[in-house]
Design a protein around this ligand. Sequence first.
Ligand SMILES: Nc1ncnc2c1ncn2[C@@H]1O[C@H](COP(=O)(O)OP(=O)(O)O)[C@@H](O)[C@H]1O
Ligand SMILES: [Mg+2]
Length: 338
Amino acid sequence: MPGAIYAEGLVKTFGDVRALDGVDLDVPEGTVLGLLGPNGAGKTTAVRVLTTLLQPDSGKAVVAGIDVLKHPNEVRRSIGLSGQFAAVDEYLTGRENLRMVGQLYQMSSRAAKARADELLERFNLADAADRTAKTYSGGMRRRLDLAAALVVSPPVMFMDEPTTGLDPRNRQQLWSIIQELVAGGTTLLLTTQYLEEADHLAHDICVVDHGRVIARGTADQLKARTGGERVEVVVHQQDRIDTARTVLAALGKGGEATVTVDEHTRKLTVPVTGGAKLLAEVIRELDTRGVEIDDIGLRRPTLDDVFISLTGHAAEAEDATKSEDAAELAKNTKEAGK
Ligand SMILES: Nc1ncnc2c1ncn2[C@@H]1O[C@H](COP(=O)(O)OP(=O)(O)O)[C@@H](O)[C@H]1O
Ligand SMILES: [Mg+2]
């Protein structure tokens, strides 16, 4: 049975650009899928197709059991979306914005009011609740937009780069809100450029680049693909490198492991299995052979390593301050023009 979010062969072109080039997704109910990819990878396009905002050229999408192309209105009633401040009305206060969403979804005005208060409190907007949204900073708008998406707690949620532009404290707070949501049964598709975020929140990760899913799996599976853990040793003396190499080759993965040596920095690296116990063994053995060491450590691959090995370039998270600046700039420009 397909999951709460399902897509098959999604293609979307804009002129010459294949923003989506055959994307398949399957997100089991109650889990979080992290769509991870650099700028221009096709993340927003995928979210827009799945949330009925954009027609694909071809492919199939089913959300909450409903065909997205055949029954977009029904899909809209079952999902929540937070994106680029789409839901926020600048000329309403934070509180009014949230109440309005509740009323759009036919909540009673009492329920909408209570829900607004609860969310304002939770997103640290209570003090600014009665100011118009146009006076909000970029980070505050983002929080208001997320709160708006959560007014009705829909069964399936989409969040397009939810924490871009948030400071670390607000990011942490949002992460715990997301974890609570998911614990309550919500299915979530989240796009992000932050590897750490996908690592922290997502059950499964799809790495996208140029409109294609280039890898998928859990964070651990993706990390294991890049070669697993390794021991790095810096020996004190140049003339002990060969001895150290022999020790590491024997103790490394498979017993005849390939040791990488940087003569200049006297650093040796070898893939291993066995973690800390193996590390202790390496230290003992080097000591027995009289090899002095300056530094030694066990290094596990991070999602950054995965990303680099898959895409050939480091993830460039959109600069948080930059996007916040952009929001400020847009606001100032508007005001200057009045
Ligand atoms: N409305 C559009 N018109 C033309 N090109 C677009 C449009 N939307 C997206 N694109 C292009 O499609 C590609 C994917 O964009 P997008 O889905 O926004 O990527 P991401 O969200 O991963 O940064 C990019 O090359 C982008 O320039
Ligand atoms: Mg985007």
